[in-house]
Design a protein around this ligand. Structure first.
Ligand SMILES: *[C@@H]1O[C@H](CO)[C@@H](O)[C@H](O)[C@H]1NC(C)=O
Ligand SMILES: *[C@@H]1O[C@H](CO)[C@@H](O)[C@H](O)[C@H]1NC(C)=O
Ligand SMILES: *[C@@H]1O[C@H](CO)[C@@H](O)[C@H](O)[C@H]1NC(C)=O
Length: 386
């Protein structure tokens, strides 16, 4: 009898411990206290553009920041995706703009600047290469090697390169497109390698959105009500196809770990089936003027047209998402499965032991599955709601 009782209570205790352990994992309590560093363009800019230009940056003015009563240089009606990822990582303070004076960068910083590119010399902005150099300048004073190695480096860059390319080469043929994509992705690879030589080891790379479906692109290229600009979507697809294989190759160098967030599919799914994701409008912006309300949000000389309810829109201005959308991207980055982010999500990347080779590589399955769903009217696929 006594023996049985003991066995039952031991098993019971074990069950409770297992449950508790899972709960602690789920609520993120044992995520190590590391930093989040972001690089790229306006989507990740936490206010850097404001320090690089004497002009008034529209994002410093209402209705930017409207949902938080705080226009602070972020390209949204409120928080941006990295703010949510930082929150899920348990970082107690907002990730500051690295170029602003007297900011607390103890848990990371944003080096991203609006208008940033990989190639060329962007006006009043920084290329990714210059952003990485800025990180290197600030390194010795702020973060030690061990901390950098455990921290997360998130990158979203390239959209401005392709927007500039299509503006200057509206009739680029297949070989001109391929050559440009190769030069852009080679530069990206070099810059990621530079960051790796600076001590970074955990990389999160976000693929490019379907750029031809951005409201500002639909508006500028007069694509009409339902169409996207196919040249830009094709360039984004060609760019994205190179990302996973490139990172698989880099992951052969010791300690290099990464994951790829399939942002292209995330935006496309929301664009095609808004109501599945609780949006009403996905092809026009909430704030701005023009056929798709895509121009001039926040500019003093534009009488901004503002939508009634920003949470029903996927895009806040012509090329940036609403806070509601960005919060869902943060959730996907941190916790989604390999249909959306692979080979692991950000939470798994953070707890993955440093210096241990990755047990899985990136596989080209996601894009194949999404292409299948593009051409099918069936709405019955399991990953539908990501
Ligand atoms: C910076 O922020 C951290 C919290 O992440 C805090 O512990 C630290 O005291 C802050 N440093 C300064 C100088 O305010
Ligand atoms: C845009 O394209 C032009 C023509 O190719 C190039 O000279 C310029 O440097 C590019 N600008 C940026 C910011 O990449
Ligand atoms: C957006 O798409 C919907 C449904 O396809 C269409 O009815 C609407 O006219 C489009 N609006 C704009 C501004 O493109």
């Amino acid at each position: 009898m006594a023996g049985k009782c003991n066995l039952a209570s031991v098993l019971g205790g074990f069950l409770v411990l297992t449950l508790l352990h899972n709960l602690l994992n789920v609520s993120g309590q044992n995520i190590p206290a590391v930093a989040l560093f972001t690089f790229g363009d306006s989507n990740f800019d936490a206010g850097n553009k404001q320090t690089l230009t004497k002009a008034n940056v529209a994002q410093g003015f209402w209705p930017y920041g409207k949902s938080r009563d705080d226009p602070n240089g972020k390209f949204s009606d409120g928080f941006i995706t990295p703010d949510f990822v930082a929150k899920f990582m348990g970082i107690p303070i907002p990730i500051p703009a690295a170029l602003k004076p007297n900011v607390n960068v103890s848990r990371g910083a944003s080096f991203a600047v609006a208008d940033a590119t990989l190639l060329g010399a962007p006006v009043e902005s920084l290329t990714l290469n210059q952003q990485v150099r800025k990180f290197n300048q600030m390194k010795a004073e702020n973060w030690n090697d061990d901390f950098i190695k455990k921290s997360v480096f998130m990158i979203y860059i390239g959209a401005n390169d392709y927007l500039n390319f299509t503006k200057n080469n509206p009739n680029a043929d297949a070989s001109a497109q391929q050559a440009f994509v190769t030069s852009v992705t080679n530069k990206l690879k070099n810059d990621i390698s530079l960051l790796y030589s600076s001590g970074a080891s955990k990389f999160v790379i976000q693929t490019l959105a379907p750029l031809g479906c951005l409201p500002i692109v639909r508006q500028d290229y007069n694509t009409g009500m339902d169409q996207c600009h196919e040249l830009l979507n094709n360039l984004a697809k060609q760019h994205n196809e190179k990302i996973g294989p490139m990172l698989n190759e880099l992951a052969r160098t010791p300690g290099f770990q990464f994951t790829v967030f399939d942002f292209y599919s995330v935006i496309l799914r929301r664009t095609q089936r808004p109501s599945n994701y609780r949006f009403f409008v996905t092809n026009a912006s909430c704030c701005g003027v023009g056929t798709h309300n895509a121009y001039g949000c926040g500019l003093p000389n534009v009488h901004s047209k503002l939508c009634e309810y920003q949470r029903s829109y996927l895009f806040f201005d012509g090329r940036h998402n609403t806070e509601k959308a960005q919060e869902s991207f943060g959730h996907l980055l941190f916790g989604a499965d390999p249909n959306v982010i692979q080979p692991m999500n950000v939470r798994e990347l953070i707890v993955y032991p440093v210096d241990e080779p990755m047990s899985e590589v990136w596989l080209p399955t996601t894009s194949a599955m999404v292409q299948a769903s593009d051409s099918s009217s069936s709405a019955s696929r399991g990953y539908e709601f990501y």
